[in-house]
Design a protein around this ligand. Structure first.
Ligand code: XMP
Length: 516
């Protein structure tokens, strides 16, 4: 395998650690996150070309706070400390850190001193906004360090010891609220550390496949394939790594959209020799959902039934040791931090929560460091077609949480027909790719209308279209009124049983994207 210069990020538990890794990847550089407890000898063996110390929630003034082996600073490998990382460098090298009376959180205006290579070439040099999020700060830099930037409230907002190649920032260059954060990270990577770029999504695929092959050996792996982009990419990566030692299980729960099963399964069967088992369990799911109106009970019934069906199928396969999941970074609620190390607490993926425990399987999650848009790039690298790459997220419980109230075959069918029109019109108007998600919801009420000369008394469809980056927050999409008009007109004319369409104009929070 081609060798890449490696940057190691030592994680002190910041919520932004993954974002640092992502920015380094965007710069075309291979990066790895390791817990800050990694012994110095193991870190050295990784041969890092640069080391970044992340932020973190602890205070270096606390005696139990995570530390740094000073040996690391004597290797001559360039080091960049961010926030907690900066305070730690100061502590280890004999500077002074003090507790702020208030936590500073938000934007601050940075004043850059002369000759600061790290802060060269900022496009907005005179009014440079940076993002602060800290309690403590350095108020006396260690001997040999110079102050390279300040803000009105933080006299040492950045410091450096050029000879020792140690640089530190009190603010976060990795977040979007810091102007030119990319310039700062590029300065560190390329001008200071002279790291060679060359890492691409193709390298990600290559190294992930090699790692999976090494880890799994000749064991068997099962993977729940939902038809969504995440599980499809996981399946293809594993297929590349271990071929037919992987079995994918697709559970048709009867809650899918029009054409869903055929599109994904059809594609995979046509283009790969993936071991794929499709289980028809629609009747089982629908009969268990009968009479149930409570959203949480509906979700629980579906989750529980999914686990049962999946378990029954998986037991037919011999020597299974691993369960593969398409967990992405936003699904991981705690980073692999110093508290967790190898046993970091993660949120079980909501679709298969409880499965690994029940089946006593180890987890394989090759996408857990990626964000959704990066998964789409991996998908493109794997040659998946656009209609799979750009498919909107679809929840595990499927249309059941979009048929508000009781789920029946008849109501599902009305929703399916309405949803098909929504998808078609979003595509036709070129809005499909611009939005995070767009779908129809069937409301549990009927309203009066008039068709021709007749009074009607029929269902209401709500249209939900949202913009979002990661589904944690979202805003309703300002769709042009012509598009709204077409969708509404077509649904009312073409879908039997619907005489009214409304548009959901709520943001998340306080509303959620799905209605149940
Ligand atoms: P909410 O409704 O919580 O949705 O704002 C956020 C995002 O998550 C999707 N979603 C799910 N995805 N299993 C999933 O795989 C689920 O149980 C589930 N519930 C919500 C939702 O479509 C949106 O993109």
């Amino acid at each position: 395998m081609e060798h890449h210069d490696r940057v190691v990020i030592l994680d002190f538990g910041s919520q932004y650690t993954q974002l640092i890794a992502r920015r380094v990847r965007e710069a075309g550089v291979f990066s790895e996150i390791h817990p800050c407890t990694l012994p110095a000898a193991e870190l050295k063996a990784l041969d890092p070309k640069a080391i970044i110390l992340s932020g973190g929630p602890a205070s270096v003034l606390d005696p139990d706070s995570p530390g740094l082996d000073p040996a690391i600073l004597s290797w001559g490998v360039p080091v960049l400390g961010i926030c907690y990382g900066m305070q730690l460098l100061s502590k280890v090298l004999g500077g002074r850190v003090s507790k702020a009376t208030d936590r500073e959180y938000g934007r601050a205006e940075l004043e850059v001193m002369e000759g600061a290579k790290l802060l060269d070439g900022l496009r907005s040099q005179d009014k440079h906004q940076v993002w602060m999020s800290h309690g403590d700060h350095v108020d006396a830099a260690p001997a040999g360090f110079s102050v390279i930037a300040r803000t009105p409230s933080v006299p040492i907002a950045a410091m450096a010891c050029v000879e020792r190649k140690i640089w530190a920032l009190q603010f976060h260059p990795e977040v979007a609220h810091t102007d030119d954060g990319d310039v700062i990270l590029h300065n560190f990577l390329f001008k200071i550390a002279a790291v060679k770029p060359g890492w691409t999504m193709a390298s990600f695929v290559e190294s992930t496949v090699a790692d999976l092959r090494a880890r799994i050996g000749d064991a068997h792996v099962i993977c729940g394939l939902s038809g969504g982009i995440d599980s499809t990419v996981v399946a293809l990566l594993l297929h590349k790594a271990i071929g037919r030692q992987l079995t994918c299980i697709f559970v048709d729960n009867g809650l899918l959209r029009v054409g869903e099963r055929e599109e994904v399964i059809g594609y995979l069967q046509k283009h790969t020799d993936l071991n794929l088992v499709a289980v028809d369990a629609a009747d089982r799911f629908l009969s268990l959902l009968q009479g149930e109106e409570d959203p949480e009970k509906k979700r629980k019934t579906i989750g529980y039934t999914f686990i049962e069906v999946f378990d029954e199928e998986a037991r037919k396969i011999k020597d299974v040791k691993y369960l593969a999941q398409g967990t992405l970074y936003p699904d991981v609620i705690e980073s692999v931090s110093f508290k967790g190390g190898p046993s970091a607490v993660i949120k079980s993926h909501h679709n298969v929560g409880g499965l690994p425990e029940k089946m006593n399987l180890a987890l394989v999650e090759p996408l857990r460091e990626l964000f959704k848009d990066e998964v789409r790039k991996v998908a493109a690298e794997l040659g998946l077609p656009d209609y799979i790459i750009w498919r909107h997220p679809f929840p595990g419980p499927g249309l059941a949480i979009r048929v508000i109230g009781e789920v029946t075959t008849e109501r599902l069918e009305i929703l399916r027909q309405a949803d098909r029109i929504v998808q078609q019109e979003l595509h036709a108007s070129d809005w499909y790719r611009k939005v995070w998600q767009g779908f129809a919801v069937l409301l549990p009420l009927k309203t009066v209308g008039v068709m021709g000369d007749d009074r009607t008394y029929e269902h209401v469809i709500a249209l939900r279209v949202v913009d979002s980056l990661d589904a944690m927050t979202a805003d309703w999409t300002r769709l042009p009124s012509e598009v709204l008009a077409r969708i509404s007109g077509r649904i009312i004319n073409e879908v039997k049983g619907v005489n009214r369409v409304v548009y959901d104009i709520s943001s998340k929070p306080p509303s959620t994207i799905e209605w149940e």
